[in-house]
Design a binder for this molecule. Structure first.
Ligand SMILES: Nc1nc2c(ncn2[C@@H]2O[C@H](COP(=O)(O)OP(=O)(O)OP(=O)(O)O)[C@@H](O)[C@H]2O)c(=O)[nH]1
Ligand SMILES: [Mg+2]
Ligand SMILES: [Zn+2]
Length: 367
């Protein structure tokens, strides 16, 4: 549309409605909000303050004194993607007061980096976790398993387990498909499917290009009808580029890879980005992570998904075999009568599935 016929030209788009932000999708009850208060969604988390979005625009909020006193663990504080109740009028510090965090329908949570075992909440209320990766560039990896030696290929099970454990549906997004031939793309997908074993059937794989727009409709459709899609994956795979394309604006900074082909950790904070449009929907962009070690403690979700459910979904082949081990607490490493080791020896289970499983379990235990 030309500028002369578009009265909106040059103006920023209207703020998203609560429906576009996904309120009507909530599967847990929304409390009645008293006069003087409103529902908002957390877009960005700062130390002690939160950028909130709702039908009126953006405001900065802080958890009120009662909420701070009652908070017992990191799970009691708002995080990106949360729905909160907040005062409509600012308080003395010019921030609105957040008085309640609504029950979460899902939670992506990882073991924070560092020596202390503590959770880091990545995104709340995401329906889908898009695990973004890139195809193995020609000449890298082995022909038998291009994903194995690919920087983004080797920790996908960690992300899948975090998604399943936290009640989000994982999808794998192979971005930058403009950089490879069809044959190379198919080889990447084949390798991923082989690698994922029994989980492959439950995890859709999408091909995208933030450069030429390929596959963006399919990715956008995941956030249709007010859905929330969190993007995670290593630095440089194009998460922010995808979000910008979907939002139709340069919301997130993007930077070229370093000369050795690694990402530059351009995104430094998590951010909820509404995409507008009739269906609404939101994406959560996150800083690049080499892996996302699922948090193995209680996530406090009403639906009660646990990390054991997550492991069983990512490694259904391994956990089904484990039922037949002689010892109920078999570690599948040295025990006699281990049905998992027997299945590897007979060729029924790929050795790589068991080694990946054991590596993930050790990571979650902090070994
Ligand atoms: N050829 C091609 N390049 C892309 C594509 N998507 C992103 N890029 C480029 O890849 C580089 C990294 O993109 P970003 O969007 O910053 O990657 P990111 O995953 O957000 O990285 P972090 O924020 O560091 O985690 C930039 O130079 C982008 O232009 C794509 O689909 N095709
Ligand atoms: Mg980024
Ligand atoms: Zn065993």
């Amino acid at each position: 549309m030309s500028e002369s016929t578009d009265p909106q030209a040059g103006e920023s788009p209207p703020p998203p409605t609560l429906a576009q932000l996904g309120l009507q999708r909530r599967t847990v009850p929304v409390p009645k909000v008293p006069n003087g208060y409103a529902l908002s969604r957390v877009a960005v988390e700062h130390r002690g303050a939160y950028e909130l979005v709702d039908g009126t625009g953006e405001v900065t909020g802080a958890l009120d004194a009662a909420g701070r006193r009652a908070a017992r663990s990191p799970f009691d504080y708002p995080t990106v993607g949360d729905w909160v109740v907040r005062s409509t009028e600012p308080r003395s510090d010019r921030r609105v007061a957040i008085t309640d965090v609504l029950d979460r329908t899902s939670l992506l949570c990882r073991r924070a980096a560092g020596p202390r075992t503590r959770p880091q909440l990545v995104a709340a209320n995401a329906d889908t976790l898009a695990v973004v990766t890139t195809p193995a560039p020609s000449g890298s990896g082995s022909a038998a398993d291009p994903a194995a030696s690919h920087p983004a290929g080797h920790r996908i099970e960690w992300y899948l387990t975090a998604a399943f454990s936290g009640g989000a549906r994982p999808v794998i997004v192979v971005n930058k498909i403009d950089t490879v031939s069809n044959v190379e793309y198919e080889a990447t997908v084949d390798a991923l499917r082989r690698r994922l074993g029994s989980a492959a059937a439950a995890v859709p794989i999408l091909a995208t290009s933030a450069l030429d727009g390929h596959g963006l409709d399919s990715l956008g459709a995941l956030a249709g009808d007010g859905g929330t899609v969190a993007l995670s994956g290593p630095s440089g795979v194009g998460k922010s580029s995808l979000v910008n394309r979907l939002a139709g604006a340069e919301v997130m900074p993007v930077a070229p890879l370093s000369p050795d082909g690694r990402g530059r950790h351009t995104t430094v904070r998590r951010q909820l980005v509404p995409v507008g449009g009739p269906d609404g929907g939101t994406f959560v962009d996150t800083p690049g992570l080499q892996d996302l070690i699922p948090w193995s403690g209680d996530l406090g979700l009403p639906a009660g998904a646990t990390v054991l459910d997550g492991l069983a979904q990512t490694f259904g082949d391994v956990t089904a075999l484990a039922q037949h081990c002689r010892f109920a607490d078999c570690s599948h490493t040295v025990e006699p009568g281990c049905a998992v080791i027997a299945a590897v020896q007979s060729g029924e289970l790929a050795a790589q599935r068991l080694s990946t499983y054991l590596e993930l379990v050790a990571d979650m235990a902090g070994d």
